[in-house]
Design a protein around this ligand. Sequence first.
Ligand SMILES: [Zn+2]
Length: 400
Amino acid sequence: MTIKLFYKNTYIKEFNANICEIIEKDNTYHLQLNQTAFYPEGGGQPCDTGYIADIEVSHVYEDKGKIFHVVDSLTSKMENIKCLINWEKRFDHMQQHLGQHILSAAFQKLHDANTIGFHLSHNNVTIDIDKFLSLEDIIKVEYYANQIVFNDLAVEILYPREDELTNLPLRKQPTITDNIRVVKINDFDYSPCCGTHPNRSGEVGLIKIRKFEKYKSGIRIDFLCGNRALEDYKIKNDIINSLCSNLSVQYDEILNSTARINDNLNNLKKENKILKEQTIGFEGRNLLDNCETINDINVIRQVYRNRDFREIKQLSTFLVNTKKTIAILGLISGDKAQLILNRSEDLDNIIMKDVLKECMPLIDGKGGGSPSSAQGGGSNIDNLEAAVNLAYIQIEDICG
Ligand SMILES: [Zn+2]
């Protein structure tokens, strides 16, 4: 059994220990020490990392009362080895963990809502609540939880006997039966837990709920405590300051300002659409005025490069609004060749999808459509001109 120094004093950052056992596994060494301040993964809290001598500890876990420290090389010494835990990381876990106890207790006291899940990782802390609550309810919980932090209540660890345990007002029932450890926050909360926590609620610093979402029949609360909340505030404050500078407004004007920008953008989009339609109209009329004819049928054949596909489709549709008109339009965009065939409704003896089908092998492509309109795409851009001409020849054969 490894002596758990993190339970004797949760603030131990450095300690000396002896190596009792070494297990070699997958090119790593799993060291069991006689005593350790490294918290192993458990109870929703990630493990500590740090150093044994100068060797980095990447993972810590408990197996049948023995705590193993995973390293990728060995020290020359077996005894009285200096060990150091990553205190910044551990204190962060302690802040998030106690913050979670306080927040969960506040949800229960104000709304009789139970915590049914807890997740703590390096960038995310969440609890799952078994009840759906409104934003207003959640804001009240956040305020209440922070008053518990600001009141700087004492946090004690109890190891009650079975008869004592039944008299404690536990927020939730323990999942184990022996050596039950209860985290007591003054008279505010009693919760069985095996994690590490600071000695006073004030050390949590701040509890900030960032967002919440529906989860099963309740909600998932995303929150941050202590230094994480400070870091989050810094990031958001920097964003706000950049937005103020970009928009040349004070921070309380950002929402109005972005709403105005959106309105302007939507108006410009509408105007742009009208202008595009007008441009297509001018371009189309010009093409019709100067096009070839086969027995009084207008035939427009063109190959365009690097234009918007939707624009060419629009042009094609515009052209065939004029009776007795056929549009054979090609488009090369990057390494893609496209062929768009359209005819006016009155030319019902010409089946455009059949015309297209004959052209497709030339551009190594495929496509389809209806009797009046067809389109296809392929990879052989060098042959697109030939494909346009082949479509023209077929039309000539049908109408000539
Ligand atoms: Zn805990």
